[in-house]
Design a protein around this ligand. Structure first.
Ligand code: GDP
Ligand code: MG
Length: 440
């Protein structure tokens, strides 16, 4: 999707003024791009009609830069459909807050239950996970493992009593939470591979029995055109207050989000981005719109970087930034932090213009950080602290010492300069153009 839109806007940028023919051409391209991304047809129609209407209105005729204006319009409409503002979880006035998860089998409910518990614990809550998927033999056990990894308490039926009653387990779980003073209950439920009347009734009964403050519909972002039918079926059968979009780490980035939000009118609250319990983030409609438009997800990137830094290091870096004494040692430390953060590729995927850089992404190698480390270790302390003194003969010595070439050393210094510039921008409260930490 992103590649296409980038292409469309690039074509548009070459022109000075927007004519109705331009608009129609652009709208056709956007329509095709959205369909390619598996956005449901009715959603695409509605979306492109809105774009067309607005693009042909007064606004654009008066605009100095028509291309920017169309980007703005597409962006606005995307944000609108995706729910506008970021929506937070709603908590009960009288605890426990009950959060029920629903969705097809394999959509990511159980994994998300663990992610949610971990997130809430970080905020000082004491969530209780309740195992109501009694359908699959191993489901209770899976939730137990997830709970342990999340460090969360769990309420599960005793094993060996035959097939239990999930509605009773849900009700008992909430009662248990109240007694044990858990302030949040997360109910994991069963799903099937397709929409199924019996399972839908079960979910609906659990909902009636526990009166959840939130019912979160978990949907796999890779589901494609089926997103609309599945979401509608769950809305009719159980109804939900919000959506969790899972597996956003895969390829299908925009389609399901647009379809589900548009068809159900329910806000997407969380985005799940991997199998690990930390791979989750609040869903930001504006950032998703940017991502779809391939403007990059700079804010999410910065936020992730910040949460991975531990506090002391963050303080030290902040101090450095304030005095603008960012050195190669700091740079190295920063790269090591990024390594800690997990997949570099995932991070890089959030950078702007990545639609054009897929190949470079494929070629990217985390050993790059090790090479960087080797080079920096071959520098004297003085050189690390003042890279400006790195003249030709010093660079040659460093290259020999680290087993790299002078070009490697030059490239490293260049990247460091970019990073230093970016750090200054961030320190002044700006948003950098290039998160220059990536060796690309
Ligand atoms: P459930 O049947 O709805 O409870 O789904 P599970 O939580 O058991 O997840 C099904 C599979 O999807 C498991 O293999 C998970 O590890 C995987 N999974 C869940 N969430 C994500 C995600 O955000 N990204 C990726 N890549 N895999 C996920
Ligand atoms: Mg499950």
């Amino acid at each position: 999707l992103s590649d296409r839109l980038t292409e469309t806007f690039r074509n548009l940028r070459k022109k000075g003024q927007l004519t109705p023919a331009d608009v129609d051409g652009t709208v056709r391209e956007i329509r095709r791009a959205l369909l390619d991304a598996d956005v449901a047809l009715p959603v695409v129609k509605e979306f492109t009609a809105a774009i067309r209407e607005r693009a042909l209105g007064d606004e654009v005729n008066r605009a100095l830069n028509p291309a920017q204006q169309v980007v703005q319009i597409v962006n606005d409409e995307l944000i609108g459909i995706l729910g506008g503002q970021q929506r937070r979880l709603q908590f009960a006035k009288n605890p426990p807050t009950v959060i029920m998860l629903a969705g097809l089998q394999g959509s990511g409910k159980t994994t998300f239950a663990g992610k949610l518990a971990k997130m809430l614990e970080k905020d000082g809550h004491t969530p209780l996970l309740v195992a109501c998927d009694l359908q699959r033999p191993n489901a209770v056990n899976q939730l137990q493992v997830v709970a342990e990894r999340a460090g969360a308490a769990i309420y599960a039926p005793e094993p060996g009593n035959g097939v239990g009653d999930p509605v009773k387990v849900a009700r008992d779980g909430v009662a248990h939470a109240t007694r044990q003073q858990h302030d949040i209950v997360i109910i994991d439920t069963a799903g099937r591979l397709g929409v199924d009347a019996e399972l839908m009734k079960q979910a609906s009964d659990i909902r009636k029995a526990t009166q959840p403050d939130e019912v979160l519909f978990v949907i796999d972002a890779m589901i494609g055109q089926d997103a609309v039918n599945t979401a509608k079926a769950f809305q009719d059968g159980v109804d939900f207050t919000g959506v969790v979009l899972s597996k956003l780490d895969g390829d299908a980035r925009g389609g399901a989000a647009l379809s589900v939000a548009s068809v159900t009118g329910r806000p997407i609250i969380f985005a799940s981005t991997g199998e690990g319990l930390d791979d989750v983030e609040p869903f930001h409609p504006d950032r998703m719109a940017s991502r779809i438009l391939d403007l990059g997800d700079i804010l999410t990137l910065i936020e992730q970087a910040q949460s991975a830094f531990d506090e002391a290091e963050a303080m030290a870096v902040a101090e450095k930034l304030a005095t603008e004494t960012f050195t190669l040692e700091d740079f190295l430390q920063q790269m090591q932090q990024m390594k800690k953060m997990g997949s570099m590729k995932k991070m890089l995927g959030m950078l702007p213009g990545m639609g054009n850089m897929k190949q470079q992404l494929e070629d990217f190698d985390e050993r790059e950080i090790d090479r960087t480390e080797a080079i920096i270790r071959s520098m004297t302390l003085a050189e690390r602290r003042n890279p400006k003194m790195l003249n030709g003969s010093r660079r040659l010595r460093i290259a020999r010492g680290s087993g790299m070439t002078v070009t490697d050393v030059n490239q490293l210094v260049q990247r460091f300069d970019q990073a230093a510039k970016m750090m200054k921008t961030v320190a002044r409260g700006g948003v950098p153009n290039i998160p220059g930490m990536g060796p690309i």
